[in-house]
Design a protein around this ligand. Structure first.
Ligand code: ADP
Ligand code: MG
Length: 251
């Protein structure tokens, strides 16, 4: 592997809220085309870690490097913050609750980033948004508002919106956890197709089949630390730690 294959490196990330230490030294790297599933019980720090990766939260300490350009954080302050904007604009994020603009149609949601952040011409942004909505199977719904769409459709719009920014990697925080069970599959199918086309993805999920069949690496969080990580085969066929054995036996 050459250094150019490394997209994102988090090194020894700590995060406290007040006196509560939520992340206790997490290190993780994402290589190009890698699909990493993050598993772990509720409260183990998964969302906080994802939010630290794109600086929605500022870690208390640690280093986050994007394409080899490090941002060091000391006492909750980035020492060299100039890369933060680049990281934010080149990492996509898909949230559990979709976070679409409710007063904008599906296509307007997808066009927004390219127009306002990337300064793309409106007609080009519209063309791009149309083809992305087609890509996620929603061409016929593109003028509907989020309230007129099912949860699964809203999440597919959110994925199209992330793709519109041409991210180098996409972070997903439990993208199917808010969905009715019958709508989970349509979202997982889109995510699987993104993985198949070589997208770099970091996915917090409770979908064990996705973690096992789609990801290249599985990471298990426990109480703010990585308790165990490995290939899906290693993790599911031969779980090593008692906490991870217990976690998968409860599912
Ligand atoms: P997970 O996503 O694994 O369920 P989170 O990262 O959401 O876990 O939360 C980890 C811990 O951090 C929880 O105890 C949660 O209450 C706490 N936490 C998360 N965000 C905040 C915040 N903004 N302020 C205070 N505590 C927080
Ligand atoms: Mg969470």
């Amino acid at each position: 592997m050459s250094k150019a294959d490394l997209i994102l490196e988090a090194n020894d990330i700590y995060k406290s809220f007040g006196t509560v230490e939520v992340l206790k030294g997490i290190s993780l790297e994402a290589k190009n085309h890698e699909v990493i599933s993050i598993l772990g019980a509720s409260g183990s720090g998964k969302s906080t870690f994802l939010r630290c990766l794109n600086f929605l939260e500022i870690p208390t300490s640690g280093t986050i490097a994007f394409h080899g350009e490090p941002v060091n954080i000391v006492n909750g302050k980035p020492v060299n913050p100039k890369h933060i904007e680049a990281i934010r604009s080149r990492l996509g994020m898909v949230f559990q609750q979709f976070n679409l603009w409710t007063h904008r149609t599906a296509i307007e949601n997808v066009m927004e980033g390219p127009i306002y952040v990337k300064k793309m011409a409106k007609n080009l942004a519209r063309e791009k948004a149309e083809s992305l909505l087609e890509r996620v199977g929603l061409k016929d719904r593109m003028h509907m508002y989020p309230s007129q769409l099912s949860g699964g459709q809203q999440q597919r719009v959110a994925i199209a919106r992330a793709l519109a920014m041409e991210p180098d990697a996409i972070l997903f925080d439990e993208p199917t956890s808010a969905l009715d069970p019958e709508l989970v599959g349509e979202v997982l199918k889109v995510m699987q197709s993104l993985a198949a086309e070589g997208r770099t993805m970091i996915v917090v999920t409770h979908e064990m089949a996705f973690a096992r069949d789609v990801s290249s690496k599985v990471v298990f969080f426990h109480a703010g630390k990585i308790a165990e990580q490995g290939t899906p085969d290693e993790m599911f066929k031969n779980p090593k730690t008692e906490v991870f054995q217990k976690f998968i036996s409860n599912i």
